[in-house]
Ligand binder design. Structure first.
Ligand SMILES: Cc1cc2nc3c(=O)[nH]c(=O)nc-3n(C[C@H](O)[C@H](O)[C@H](O)COP(=O)(O)OP(=O)(O)OC[C@H]3O[C@@H](n4cnc5c(N)ncnc54)[C@H](O)[C@@H]3O)c2cc1C
Length: 543
């Protein structure tokens, strides 16, 4: 029998992953990988790190040569070849280098930046997206031509825009980050996004929110100034466009494949498209969300890699199915790391718990704040974490716990091990599980929105020390002040109240106060979850 012809389109992350899995599944198949870029399997997620100088040599972004795939996997690699059309009936693909026949096809052409409609932007010689190594080279060239501290404008405050702003600020550029919505990083909570903005500002980045670019004023082909719809202007030598991406699904759609509303290619759990023997993977497909069970397009590298392995194996005759995604996202903004996983919608119950990720004896001042999202049965559905240390470690535990549908109490008792070099005995994940589970005492987490202003009949008690009150944020209107150590002695001031909510800066002392109040006979005492530190940001007021 003739060897099966497997054709894989796309030479970045998913294409090579699919092709190598296909080889592992079928040692005899004739496998060809086609990509239009010069290199193969670039580390696109590290492009920003090249801009910051953390990747010292751009050759490190493409460690694998096409010859590696040829020699190790027996895969024919065609670089610099652009796919033009797919004939699904005749099972042929037209490229600018001739026609290729297939028995099974993997479509992995990824996603690309969608440019905003800004007068004068498109076609400008100093405006670029950051979708490829080619884009990176262009941006580096433009940066070399300019001043020592070139003014750079980044359009779009999603993960790519934030990573680019962080990187360019580390390099010493004068960065303005322009985001049209009220917060950076859609998908993250307002408090987390507000911290990201602050962390970037601490690095010298100017963050402009609710700011929509209107006109790119040009001298010849170069943009010199960006004007916003509100009339503000920013001078610029380079414009980086990071206003969101869209799947490159058009070639498959033209071939007759079904697309979903978000323009991703419709696939089944085997990554098969609606066309015979055509599979799709990577940035061009959505995955099923592990918690909501609805399809979700994350555009993440981890999801791309997983679908690529499934598509590659099945194109070669395997029987693999695609696992659901948690949409786990990790972003760096200055000294802050932010991460989220699972379902983090505001209609779920939440508990915000700040903590220290390292043992205090080390004198490390790093901090981490966790927000758990859970259902009325106290099953974890998602989590968010941000802080200056230990964020990624915690979100990975919480992602696993959400996927396993752990109950909060199980989270509280999870054995996460201990060494003084790596954190306190009671990890913040355990603490968060305990606090949220109401296992210790039936105390109720309250949110900022519920206390702005406090509803009638609710007594708010600020338990901070006087110094902390002076330094910190204002308590909600009408709050009474009783310092935590005096709570027992002042019990009669609040014992007879129907609703009592304690507040402090972080939520920790307030939680403790609520457990004490419960012991003193108060029914379901409340505390401000996340503390006043989250208060303004949660209400979307500038912090
Ligand atoms: C700057 C940047 C930073 C990122 N950071 C992260 C991160 O921190 N974490 C994370 O999870 N994800 C990150 N991502 C997303 C991640 O890189 C993508 O999920 C991943 O690249 C998707 O891989 P893919 O192979 O499916 O698609 P792509 O990477 O989009 O690759 C598609 C390939 O197909 C080629 N191609 C397109 N059209 C044709 C054609 N007609 N003919 C031939 N070839 C064609 C393209 O040249 C490209 O090489 C980042 C992406 C970028 C650009």
């Amino acid at each position: 029998m003739a060897a099966k012809k497997i054709l894989v389109l796309g030479g970045a992350l998913s294409g090579p992953a699919a092709a190598t899995r296909a080889r592992e599944t079928d040692p005899e198949a004739e496998i060809t990988l086609v990509g239009r870029a010069k290199g193969v399997n670039p580390a696109l997620d590290a492009l920003a790190l090249r801009l910051s100088g953390e990747v010292s040599d751009s050759r490190r972004l493409e460690p694998r040569r096409p010859g590696y795939y040829r020699n190790v996997y027996g895969i024919e690699v065609k670089t610099g070849v652009t796919v033009q059309a797919i004939d699904a009936e005749k099972k042929k693909v037209k490229t600018d280098d001739g026609t290729l026949a297939y028995d099974a096809l993997v479509y992995a052409l990824g996603a690309q930046t969608v440019w905003p409609e800004v007068d004068g932007l498109e076609g400008a010689s100093n405006a670029s997206a950051l979708d490829s190594v080619k884009d990176l080279r262009r941006v580096e060239q433009l940066l070399k031509q300019g001043k020592k501290k070139p003014p750079v404008t980044i359009l779009g405050g999603g993960p790519t825009g934030v990573a680019a702003a962080d990187a360019l600020a580390r390099r010493g550029a004068k960065v303005t980050l322009v985001e049209h919505s009220r917060q950076l990083l859609p998908g993250f909570s307002a408090p987390a996004a507000a911290r990201a903005a602050k962390a970037l500002e601490a690095r010298g980045v100017e963050v402009w929110l609710s700011a929509a670019p209107d006109v790119a004023h040009r001298r010849k082909r170069r943009v010199r100034q960006i004007q916003l719809t509100d009339g503000r202007t920013v001078d610029t030598e380079l414009v980086l466009v990071a206003t969101g991406i869209a799947p490159r699904s058009e070639l498959l759609a033209e071939a007759g494949a079904e697309l979903r509303d978000d323009r991703t290619v419709a696939i089944d759990e085997r990554c098969a498209t609606t066309l015979p023997d055509v599979y799709a993977a990577g940035g061009v497909v959505a995955s099923v969300h592990a918690i909501t069970r609805k399809p979700v397009w994350t555009g993440s590298a981890a999801d791309a890699d997983k679908s690529a392995q499934v598509a590659g194996a099945n194109a070669a005759g395997g029987e693999r199915t695609l696992s659901p995604t948690l949409g786990t996202t990790i972003v760096r903004a200055g000294d802050l790391t932010l991460a989220r996983a699972g379902q983090t919608s505001p209609d779920l119950r939440i508990s915000i718990v700040p903590g220290t990720p390292t043992d205090r004896s080390l004198g490390d001042r790093s901090k981490v704040a966790l927000t758990l999202y859970f259902d009325p049965k106290e099953r974890l559905r998602g989590a968010e974490a941000f802080g200056t240390g230990g964020v990624v470690e915690r979100i990975r535990v919480l992602a696993t716990a959400a996927q396993g549908k752990l109950r909060l109490e199980q989270l509280a008792d999870l054995d996460l091990g201990h060494a003084a070099t790596h954190g306190p005995v009671r990890d913040v994940v355990n603490v968060a599980g305990r606090v949220a589970s109401r296992g210790v005492a039936p105390v109720v987490p309250w949110r900022a929105v519920d206390l702005d202003p406090p509803p009638e009949g609710v007594m708010v008690i600020d338990v901070r020390a006087s110094k902390a009150r002076k330094r910190g944020r204002n308590a909600p209107a009408g709050a009474k002040h009783i310092r935590l150590p005096r709570l027992r002695e002042k019990a009669k001031d609040f014992q007879s109240q129907k609703w009592v909510v304690f507040v402090c800066d972080t939520g920790r002392e307030a939680y403790l106060a609520a457990t004490i109040a419960h012991g003193l006979g108060v029914n379901e005492p409340g505390y401000l979850s996340g503390g006043l530190a989250h208060f303004d940001a949660e209400l979307e007021r500038p912090v």
